[in-house]
Write a protein that binds this ligand. Structure first.
Ligand code: NDP
Length: 479
């Protein structure tokens, strides 16, 4: 046995992660793939990595020093289960199996429980940063046992992205905590992308600027408080020209957004937990609206304004859009972190939310300077109930809100869809409202279903005899 770590699954993510591991001092990496071709190809293309190839699970286990540590990077779902079943047969108590695929956290909880009975450690690890991140430094979100972290910690720290001198990895929490946090990362990513897309659309329709000109706006925004990877790549995409037609690339791309499902998981999980993540939900649904051409075709002639946004002062309008984007982004991140908080409470994880914000500063898709403000907020008040109530965000929302309201109102009046901007503002106003019409909903529920209500002036639960004399009784009397 010569390898201190192994990788199973040598498609793009696995082979890049294996190369990243091999490039770090002190690592020797064993590699295995179900079909032999990918292993052979990797060995031929990267002799410098000194990989130890295995062509069976027995060989793979034999090539690893104890405690054996293997990272699985295969197709999430049945593929992961198939590999775990094989590894469990050849590994021993104390060894470590890491799943770096995009698993649903409830699958990770199930797998961890099943593998734990064998004495083997199972770690579900979120990996973000795509192919490039895997190769050069991803943001890593491992869950699993404290025991496995002793072995894994130094290895993962050596391959993770580095942000402001700190590696972008932390032991997030036990069993499914890592994949849960990765899921919410992706949900926030959906919201961030949708918000940026709405900002672009408003600027284009409001000012008539070309995509290349709007690229300059985003490049400039990237110098300020919006500084982030997504803003940076937005400028690149908007500047790109189609070689075949000479048109802006964004104008020749079909306007139907795809999705691999993790945004939807974030929303489904939030519904189960009772956490409002409306910005993320709107982002997921905006992709759904876009990707139903048959529905869009039959709806195309519905009445409403078309291209009626006329802006007098383009510069002031663009600054309004920037502020609306920043405010809505604060809402999306706040909702995401609230979901992590709720998930930790539900599943019994101890998650340091400030540490999560820090490991997202580098390597991952939502990497941004802004995350420092989130870790500051949790450093000050670790059990902050609602992230956006931290002083920095209150100030930012104070600064941004007139612009935010103007933009949402202008978009609605002009018939420009801005679901993430407007739902974020509605969430914000709902959260800060002194009274909500939820009181009426309770009245309606009591009317048709005798669901009872509480009163503002007295303890207890009450029911009005709607179909009788409409007197009020205490709920105990209803039975
Ligand atoms: P794919 O998701 O395309 O999966 C292909 C790999 O899975 C191949 O190595 C394939 O082996 C293996 N595989 C599939 N089914 C089985 C099985 N039943 N038994 C054994 N091996 C199997 O690869 P990617 O590299 O794109 O992604 C790997 C994982 O990383 C996925 O879970 C993905 O969700 C996750 N991920 C991907 C990111 C990305 O940007 N692509 C980012 C972060 C995470 P074979 O060659 O024999 O077919």
């Amino acid at each position: 046995a010569t390898a201190n770590i192994g990788v199973v699954g040598l498609a793009v993510m696995g082979s890049n992660l294996a190369r990243n591991l091999a490039s770090r001092e002190g690592n020797t990496v064993a590699v295995y793939n179900r079909s032999r071709a990918k292993t052979d190809e990797l060995l031929t293309e990267h002799p410098e990595a000194g990989f130890v190839p295995a062509f069976s699970y027995d060989e793979f286990a034999a090539s690893l020093t104890v405690p054996r540590t293997a990272v699985i990077m295969v197709k999430a779902g049945a593929g992961t289960d198939a590999v775990i079943d094989e590894l469990v047969k050849v590994f021993e108590p104390g060894d470590i199996i890491v799943d770096g695929g995009n698993a649903l956290f409830t699958d990770t909880i199930r797998r961890e429980k099943a593998v734990r009975d064998t004495g083997i450690n199972f770690v579900g690890m979120g990996v973000s940063g795509g192919e490039e991140g895997a190769l050069l430094g991803p943001s890593l979100m491992p869950g699993g046992s404290d025991e496995s972290w002793v072995t894994l910690g130094p290895i993962l720290r050596s391959i993770a992205a580095v942000a402001e001198g700190e590696p972008c990895v932390t032991h997030v929490g036990h069993d499914g905590a890592g994949h849960f946090v990765k899921m919410v990362h992706n949900g926030i990513e959906y919201a961030d992308m949708q918000l940026i897309a709405e900002a672009y659309d408003l600027i284009r329709r409001g000012t008539g600027k070309t995509p290349a000109e709007i690229a300059d706006v985003f490049a400039q925004w990237n110098e300020g408080e919006l500084n982030s990877y997504l803003i940076e790549i937005t400028a690149e995409v908007l500047r790109a020209q189609d070689a075949a037609t000479g048109a802006p690339l964004v104008d020749v791309i079909v306007d139907q957004a795809g999705a691999k499902g993790t945004g939807g998981w974030t929303v489904q999980t939030a519904i189960d937990l009772g956490v409002p993540v409306s910005g993320i939900a709107e982002a997921v649904f905006a992709r759904s609206v876009s990707s139903h051409p048959e529905q869009r075709a039959v709806a195309a002639n519905l009445p409403g304004p078309v291209d009626e946004l006329r802006v007098d002062d383009a510069e002031a309008f663009i600054e309004d859009v920037r502020l609306a984007l920043f405010a809505s982004k604060i809402v999306a991140y706040s909702q995401g972190f609230d979901e992590i908080r709720a998930g930790a409470a539900q599943y019994g994880w101890t998650i340091d939310l400030g540490a999560v914000a820090k490991i997202w500063r580098g390597g991952c898709i939502i990497r941004a300077q802004f995350l420092n403000r989130i870790s500051d907020a949790y450093a000050e008040v670790p059990d902050l109930q609602v992230l956006l109530t931290a002083p920095y965000f209150v100030d930012a929302l104070q600064r941004a809100q007139d612009a935010w309201r103007r933009i949402v109102a202008q978009a609605a009046a002009a018939g420009i869809p801005s679901p993430a901007f407007s739902s974020s503002l509605a969430y914000y106003d709902g959260l800060r409202a002194d009274r909500l019409p939820a009181a009426l909903i309770q009245g309606q529920r009591d009317f048709f279903g005798a669901h009872t209500y509480r009163r503002v002036d007295r303890e207890g639960t009450f029911h009005t005899l709607w179909s009788g004399d409409r007197s009020e009784i205490t709920a105990e009397d209803t039975h």
